[in-house]
Write a protein that binds this ligand. Sequence first.
Ligand code: NAP
Length: 280
Amino acid sequence: MRIDLYCVMGHPVAHSKSPWIHARFAELTGQPLRYEPRLVPLDGFAASLREFINDRTGNARGCNVTVPFKFEAAALADTASERVALAQAANTLRFDLGAIHADNTDGIGLVHDLQHNAGVDLRGRELLLLGAGGAAAGVLGPLIEAGPARIVVANRTLPKAEALVTRHRALALLRNTELEVKSLSSLEVDFDVIINATASSLAGAAVPVPARVLKSGALACDLMYGPAARGFLDWAREHGASARDGLGMLVEQAAEAFHLWRGVRPPSAQVLAELRALLE
Ligand code: NAP
């Protein structure tokens, strides 16, 4: 039997939970595949991707892409989804007869986690999205598609947030979502949902906004997970919000990638529960 080959490319990559998640998806769905981590030199993404596609077994079918190569992956692809066109970043590549198709499952993974795993309906809500890097770019489109009344995007470097919002203006208009840019220091009070898509937790830095942004009973989600997310999650709980880390998004974005590659939907809620238990 042919075993199809997938990988996650990044720098660093050893910490990635994706090999474990995809191995578990494959086991639970009976899909014959192998998924491995690949450390890519910082200046070598295009060459490493070609090398993987031309693997001597001829069985390479796709890959995930993580920091810092998501923008490069989108630019290298032959075809791309609407989500990639908006984000200009890709986390999932599929190889179709030698051509590279790019998608971005980060945002749909986050929305799925918030709506289905955390049980939060985003329709009509006021959202604050912190950050304007690869993660924020990947999630803004799907967040708009989820139907909130308003999204404010705030970032340390304001022009990056402005460029991100400009690319999403037409979609927001179409979906009737008010879309605004603010600096981190000029944020008003009372958002229903706050999403920290900055690397503040990763960097061990303070939460980049004051607690007044949290409406009573708000949901505060950091895309980071593991010990580095604890500071943000403690801050949220101390100020009366419910707190969520990025582990659910990680598993749900992987489930979307798996579906894109294999046409099969894996039991993501089960795998999320297993991974959480493993990491505690
Ligand atoms: P990135 O492209 O490097 O962007 C970093 C962002 O964080 C920029 O907006 C940057 O602002 C901001 N930032 C960095 N340090 C900050 C600080 N101390 N205070 C305020 N803002 C700060 O990184 P990324 O790929 O977007 O990743 C962001 C986070 O999302 C990381 O923690 C990553 O682990 C997480 N993530 C999680 C998942 C998941 O599946 N759970 C998926 C993707 C990413 P400037 O523009 O001003 O530099």
